[in-house]
Design a protein around this ligand. Sequence first.
Ligand code: PBG
Length: 325
Amino acid sequence: MYLQRRNRILRKSAAVRSLVSETILTPNDFIAPLFIDEGKNIATEIASMPGYYRRSLDLTVKEVKELWSLGIKCVLLFIKCKDEWKDNTGKEAWNKNGLMQRSIRTIKNAVPEMIVMTDVALDPYSSYGHDGIVKDGEIVNDETVEALVRMSLSHAEAGADFVAPSDMMDGRIGAIRTALEENHFTGTGIMSYSAKYASCFYGPFRDALDSAPGFGDKKTYQMDYANRTEAIKETLMDIEEGADIVMVKPAMAYLDIIREIKNAVEVPVSAYHVSGEYAMIKAAAKAGWLDENKAIIESLTSIKRAGADLIATYFAKDAVKILTR
Ligand code: PBG
C-alpha cells in the first residue's frame, strides 16, 4: 500500500503518544468531597463506598493536610447531622456552631490556602431527607430558597470560599448572590449544581450521610435524565443569576451534557463523578473484573475530555497517587 496518511505513526510509542496527548489530568483538576461526622478520632468506612470514610473533624483535618501535600487544592464538605437535630425547617443547617460551620473554620485555620466548598441543600438536616421544606407532601420552592440563603450566609461567615447549592430549587442562585452582596461577602463564590439529574447513582452517598428521602423521590426538583436542552436552560439561568462555576451531575452517564454545556458557556464547568460511579468501579475491581487504577484514570480522563474543567471525585487522592507514580 502507498498511503498518504498513516495515523498509527502518532501512536507508535509511549513517548509519541504522550507528546500528542490531548487531555492530561493534573491535581488541579480535582475537588475532593469529604464526609464529616461528630466525635473524635473516628473513621467509619461507608459500606457501599469501600475505601471511603466518614471522619470526625480531627481526622478530617489530617486528611486535608495530606490532600494539600499531594497537590489537591479544593475540598467539598458534607456533614452527617445527628437525627435529633433534624427537622422540617432544616434549621441546624445555619447553626453558627453547627458541625459544618465548625468544620469550615477549623479547616481554613489549619490549611488556609485550601479552597473550601460547601454543599448547600437541606437533605442532611431534613427529617424527611428532602433537599427542601415539605408542605402537604410537596417540596416548597420559595421557603426553601430562604433557608438556603441563611445556610449559605452562615457558610460564608464561617469562611467558605465557595458555596455549592445542590438542591435544584428555582431562583436560589440569584437569591444567594444577592444575599452575599448585601452582607458584604463579596469574595465568596457560588459553584452551582446547575444540571443535576434525578439519578440512581446517588444511592451510596445517601448511605454515607443517612440522607435518603423518607417518602417519594427527588424528581420534582432534580432533572429528568431523558432531557438535554433543559440542562442548558438551567445552566444559562444559573450563570445569569450569578454562578461562578456550573456543574453537571452525575458525570459518566452525562458526558454529552458536559460537552454541550462546555460549548455553551464562558464560566468553568465542573462535573461530579458521584458515589454510585465510584461504587461501580470499586465493586468490579474487587470482583477482579476491572483493573481499578486503569478504570479510575480512564474514567476521569473521559470526563475531562468531555469538557469538565473540574472534577469532583472520590478518587481524587487515588488519581493523584496513580498519576505521579
Ligand atoms: C445533596 C447531595 C447529593 C449528592 C451531592 N449533594 C445527594 C442527592 O441529591 O440526593 C450526591 C453525591 C454523590 O452521589 O456522590 N443534595
